[in-house]
Design a protein around this ligand. Sequence first.
Ligand SMILES: Nc1ncnc2c1ncn2[C@@H]1O[C@H](COP(=O)(O)OP(=O)(O)OP(=O)(O)O)[C@@H](O)[C@H]1O
Ligand SMILES: [Mg+2]
Length: 187
Amino acid sequence: MSDKTRKYFLAGQSGCGKTTLLKALAAREDRVVHWDIEDEYRGEQITFADIPRLAKRRAFCVVYRPHFARSLEDLPREFEQFAGLLLKYGRQLTVTIDEALSVLPRNRTSGGLGALLYQGRKRGLSVYYATQEISGLPRALTGQAKKLFVFHLDSGGDLQVLRRYLAPDLVRRVAALPPHEYLTVTK
Ligand SMILES: Nc1ncnc2c1ncn2[C@@H]1O[C@H](COP(=O)(O)OP(=O)(O)OP(=O)(O)O)[C@@H](O)[C@H]1O
Ligand SMILES: [Mg+2]
C-alpha cells in the first residue's frame, strides 16, 4: 500500500520563519494537532484524555501544551506518551512538532517522534517537524522526511548533513539564504 501521509521536515536558524511556515502548512489541513512547547499555536487546548475522542470528530485544530514535564529532561517522556496516544487513537490527522530536538531522548534514539514517523502511516498520521539545527537529529529522523523546507543554515555540521540530501550548489544556496526564504526538496 502506498504511503499517502505527509512527512515534512523544516530546518533553519532561529527567527528564520519555521514556526510561521509550520502554521501555514497546518492551516491547509482540517484535522490538526499541535504539540506546542512554547505557547505559540492557536486552537482548542486539549489534554491526553481528549486524544481518544478526536477520532470521532470531523475537523479540528487542537493544541497540546506539555505540562507534566517539570524539566527539559522530562519532556521526551511526556512526548512519548503524547505520541503513543496519537498512534493508538489518532487517525487521518496531521501532527506538528516544533523544536523537535527538545523531544528527543538523551540517549539519541528517535523516541516518540521516530515512532510517529515510522508507525504513523498505518493510521494516516502526517507529521510536520521543525528544528533549528539538523546535525543533532538522529539520521533515522532526518531520513524519514519526504519533503524538506530548508531555511538559512550555516554551521559546518548542519551543512554536512544537508549534503546527504542536496546537491552541492543547493547547499551553497542554503548558506546564502536571507531570513524568511527557504528551499524545498522533495525526496
Ligand atoms: N515570510 C515572512 N515574511 C516576513 N516576516 C516573517 C516571515 N516568516 C516569519 N516572519 C517573522 O519572523 C519572525 C520569526 O519567525 P518564526 O517565529 O516563524 O521563526 P522561527 O524559525 O520559528 O524561529 P525560532 O527558531 O526562534 O522558533 C516573526 O516575527 C515572524 O512574524
Ligand atoms: Mg519557532
